[in-house]
Ligand binder design. Sequence first.
Ligand code: FES
Length: 121
Amino acid sequence: MAETESVSSSLIQRFGLQDDDISAVDAVIDGESESVILYRQGLQVRAWLNICPHAGRRLDYAPGRFLRDQGHLVCAAHGASFELNEGRCIAGPCCGAQLRMLRVDESADGTLGFHTATSSD
Ligand code: FES
């Protein structure tokens, strides 16, 4: 089996997000309250857990406020820089590591739900 998923109880409206903006919401994922990074690019919304792979800290410098440099997301703790496609660290102390991506599902009314996906391989 390639993936398993669990349903979050926290939902947001995609159209409440600004294009090319990074924000954060609190969501319950796998029974745990988590901060989720959201990045909207056009009609697509990407989501990752707000946990840096370097030292496990939040990436924002204040709730929902993120540093950016040359289009990349920069962790406020020690400066790791992440590209916004896959969430891979491209510079800094965890270069090559990746943010944990969440699957984003959208209902007919534009409400978003987040799901974890784990690979068995
Ligand atoms: S915790 Fe993010 S760079 Fe160290």
